[in-house]
Design a protein around this ligand. Sequence first.
Ligand code: DAH
Length: 345
Amino acid sequence: MEQLLQQIEAIKAEIAATVATTADQVEQFRIKYLGTKGLVKEIMGEMKNVPNEQKKEFGQILNAFKMVAEEKMQQLQAALGDSDEQTAKFDFTLPGDPVAVGTRHPLNLVRNQMVSIFKRLGFAVAEGPEVEDDWHNFGAMNLPEDHPARDMQDTFYVQAATEENSAWLLRTHTSSVQARVMETQKPPIRVICPGRVYRNETISARAHCFFHQVEGLYIDENVSFADLKQTLYFFVQEMFGKEVKVRFRPSYFPFTEPSAEMDISCQICSGKGCNICKHTGWVEILGSGMVHPKVLENFDIDPEKYTGFAFGMGVERIAQLKYQVNDLRLYSQNDLRFLEQFKSV
Ligand code: DAH
């Protein structure tokens, strides 16, 4: 018995003196003392050799011994956790890293707003392809091949015309979508067509090789120029506020007759005169007119029965007046410092 007690004391001392700084060493400790073939089990096994009258006393000694081993094991594990650099240095009360939330592109913000205003007037949204054929972009819009007004829009050709096929091009205006709508729908037609258009221009602050338009088309019986004016007046009041002033100037587009351009009072200087309005107090925002009878005829719509108005405007121009962005290149440079400023709506 005496011998066993001495053995236990020796093992206890050994346990107390054990240093284990790595996970491996701690595991070695566990195997040596607390494992299924460990020393604690082995000593416990001696219980059967203890005389009955000493069993109680001895049982207590053995339990205390076992606890010494278990406590040491816990200490070693805790110390290991503390010395683990990541765990030690990690402050769980710190706030999390912020999640970078994206913002809408200013042109999308403005486009969405434009669409929602016209939707309230009963306009549906129509879309068409950006790669167009000559007919939908020009021919159907009353610009035959030799028409000088084609030069107004420097066209990117994807494929030149052949004997059998017409040319393929990047659409120069969203008026091509008018053609696609009239091809498939009969009056009454009331659509707006938002989309990207392309022109072969040298890129500068004021011109870009692609930009965005919103086209409008309304065809029904008895549609008049007064309807056109009122619709556009409603639009700019919703977009810029009730104080905005408008004026119509006669103009020319092959697909409308009569045609007009609409100016609004400069939103930057309130009409006093600035760089944006070239010191006139007015800024042109769109082209418009009554749909040319030839365009209606191209789609078997009877011009004696139906009339219509159409308009087309640049999203960049509206955004410029709303946000005072004076360089078109900013919209496509993907500079977050620019884009992050547009968080509203
Ligand atoms: N397509 C013209 C352009 O890009 C804009 C335009 C003018 C569209 C008059 C129209 C319109 O629908 O009636 O310059």
